[in-house]
Ligand binder design. Structure first.
Ligand SMILES: C[S@@+](CC[C@H](N)C(=O)[O-])C[C@H]1O[C@@H](n2cnc3c(N)ncnc32)[C@H](O)[C@@H]1O
Length: 281
């Protein structure tokens, strides 16, 4: 018997709110993060058909569109698509579609390039969502994904305990809590980058208590990232081996680990599983 579709109502409400409230375009950082997490260089997308799987408010659509692809399609489940449409209004080579990665509204074998940054781990079934995306590749097409990495068992337990509470809070209240706790992120950042061991340890202890409070240097991004951590119902973490297994199952080749040797745009940017692979030509 086919399973009923999982409940993604909280995903829709979280990201509809988040990406319409925080239209955080940061050109330099967005370009650096896009290059890091897709492994694409200038010109790679020129003349190709591209899919951003889970485009949110469209910050990476803007970067991809600047490479002059034939078309970049941004797909997202939530009303973030409204923000993405506004953000890319002046780009004739961007199309926005509202849809579910688990019930893809796109024909298989359509795209030369697919990227999906911080999305699959927010779906109820990341493996199925990945396999669906991989099927959309043309022969020779390439996919790059970034998702959260599994932490040590103790850190996993702390994260799960925090989120067991936060994901049940009304979004309006949670947003106010994220705003109220944002200064803690700046304090943690200062403490944890201290050269004095005792101070650095104090920072680590504070971080354990407030693990999802972002340490991003920009206060607005900090609030947005903190909400992104505490609000969504689905937020899974994975190992590189597990995700390599998905690439193998999809029949992808030339699989590379993009996380190796990456340079972050700022300290405290999240570690993740970041792989790319190609469908055989
Ligand atoms: C953390 S945000 C990342 C957005 C964008 N990739 C970025 O980095 O700015 C996760 C996005 O995934 C979208 N999403 C979650 N589940 C989805 C699904 N089943 N189908 C399509 N989009 C989904 C959410 O609506 C949200 O915009």
């Amino acid at each position: 018997m086919p399973q009923p579709p999982a409940d993604q109502a909280r995903t829709k409400s979280t990201y509809g709110l988040q990406w319409n409230r925080f239209r955080i375009v940061r050109d330099d950082e967005d370009r650096a993060t896009f290059a890091n997490r897709t492994g694409l260089k200038a010109g790679d997308l020129a003349g190709t058909l591209v899919l951003d799987g889970g485009c949110g408010m469209g910050r990476y659509l803007r970067v991809a569109a600047a490479d002059v692809p034939r078309l970049v399609v941004g797909l997202d489940l939530s009303e973030a698509v409204l923000a993405a449409r506004d953000l890319t209004e002046g780009s004739p080579n961007v199309a926005i579609v509202r849809g579910d990665l688990l019930r893809l509204p796109v024909a298989e074998g359509s795209f030369d390039h697919i990227y999906s940054i911080g999305v699959l781990d927010h779906t109820p079934d990341p493996r199925a969502a990945f396999l669906g995306l991989a099927r959309l590749l043309k022969p020779g097409g390439r996919i790059a994904i970034w998702i959260y990495e599994r932490e040590s068992p103790i850190v996993e337990r702390i994260m799960d305990a925090h989120r067991a509470v936060s994901t049940r809070l009304p979004l309006g209240l949670l947003l106010r809590l994220c705003q109220a706790t944002a200064p803690i992120g700046a304090i943690k950042r200062r403490l944890m980058t201290s050269r004095r061991r005792l101070v650095e340890r104090a920072g680590v202890a504070l971080h354990a208590l407030t693990i999802g409070v972002s340490m991003h240097p920009d206060p607005e991004v900090r609030v947005c990232d903190t909400l992104d951590w505490y609000a969504p119902k689905y937020l899974s973490r994975h190992t590189v081996e597990e995700v390599r297994g998905w690439f193998a199952e999809a029949g992808l080749v030339d699989v590379v680990d993009l996380s190796l040797g990456q340079r972050f745009h700022h300290e405290g940017q999240g570690n993740g599983v970041n792989l790319a692979g190609r469908r055989p030509a």
